[in-house]
Design a binder for this molecule. Structure first.
Ligand SMILES: C[S@@+](CC[C@H](N)C(=O)[O-])C[C@H]1O[C@@H](n2cnc3c(N)ncnc32)[C@H](O)[C@@H]1O
Length: 304
């Protein structure tokens, strides 16, 4: 793939654009044989590119993006984030930052912040997971572990969940989570925001159970807080303490080096009453050459 091919790819991908969050180019999955270090998204009024590794083609790519941005006349700003630099700076290459930008998905809105050093507040690849929650949360007591900015909670409450308990050790992301509910006109009377380390808060988590639907969506590795290889098991081992009889689990894993069998084995060995149901499909706009390296969303159901 050359820069001209990339330009053509972006033009084709943007033909059917709506204000919904759309990944226009996903080099990360290595399916294009080049530009593995690049993603390009359309987020409401912003064309947003992320460069993950330093490379000689960056200037040429940014210049092509500028041309593309000017040709399309759809966005108010072109923003490029250099994720490989320590503070991951995001620069406005053209236009001006709109006062507010939202990630829009299936009629719901979420705050995004391009100045965040790492993620902008919303994970677009989890759309199918959120749609699963939308289909299953009505009337349910939901536990959202590693809630981040509470996108799952917004979807669950919007679809009529009885209660959602969000747990994340980062207070700041929980405040954005609260805001995300407000943004969508959702009353937070039956929503809890628990700013705790999950691995040290089992009694607090138990208190609002039993849960009919549990989401486990941890980082693959976060220094001092969570390592999937050793800590995922600690959660699965505890599930029986706060899961309702027919509890459904969405168990997510975004670690390329660990495959679905890693999670299935943890369940078999530590929570055998939970049976594996299915792995959710991933979005076509996030192609991955090795499927098992991509996001894994596994569904389990408790049968006693
Ligand atoms: C991948 S994000 C979760 C994404 C989220 N589920 C969503 O749908 O947007 C991981 C989150 O886990 C939190 N985290 C990491 N280790 C934790 C721990 N031991 N206890 C509680 N939260 C933790 C981080 O603060 C971060 O917000």
């Amino acid at each position: 793939m050359t820069i001209d091919d990339l330009h053509r790819h972006l033009k084709t991908a943007s033909q059917t654009l709506t204000p919904q969050y759309t990944r226009l180019f996903h080099g990360r999955g290595n399916t294009y044989g080049a530009y593995r270090f690049l993603t390009v998204d359309s987020i409401d009024k912003v064309l947003f590119a992320v460069v993950f590794d330093a490379n000689a083609e960056e200037d040429a790519i940014v210049s092509m993006l500028h041309t593309f941005y000017a040709e399309e006349k759809r966005w108010e700003a072109l923003v490029v984030q250099q994720r490989y630099l320590p503070a991951a700076p995001a620069s406005v290459i053209a236009g001006t930052f709109p006062d507010e930008t939202f990630a829009i998905e299936n009629g719901l809105k979420y705050h995004v912040n391009f100045q965040n050093a790492q993620n902008i507040g919303f994970f677009p690849d989890m759309k199918i997971g959120r749609e699963f929650i939308r289909e299953h949360a009505h009337g349910k007591n939901v536990l959202n572990l590693f809630s981040y900015t509470c996108a799952f909670s917004v979807v669950a409450m919007h679809t009529g969940a009885k209660q959602v308990v969000n747990v994340d050790m980062n207070k700041n992301v929980l405040s954005i989570g609260r805001e995300n509910h407000r943004l969508n006109g959702i009353d937070t009377k039956n929503v809890e925001f628990m700013p705790y380390n999950i691995l040290k808060s089992w009694s607090r988590i138990r208190k609002s159970g039993p849960y009919d639907l549990i989401i486990i969506d941890p980082p693959s590795f976060q220094k001092g807080s969570f390592a999937a290889t050793s800590d995922y098991e600690k959660i699965i081992r505890r599930l029986h303490e706060f899961a309702a009889e027919e509890c459904i689990i969405l168990s997510a894993l975004n670690a390329p080096e660990l495959n679905s069998d890693f999670i299935k084995t943890l369940f078999r060995e530590n929570a055998p009453e939970f049976q594996y149901v299915e792995r959710l499909e991933n979005l076509e706009s996030f192609p991955e050459i090795e499927e098992e390296r991509s996001l894994k969303n596994l569904i389990f159901r408790r049968r006693i």
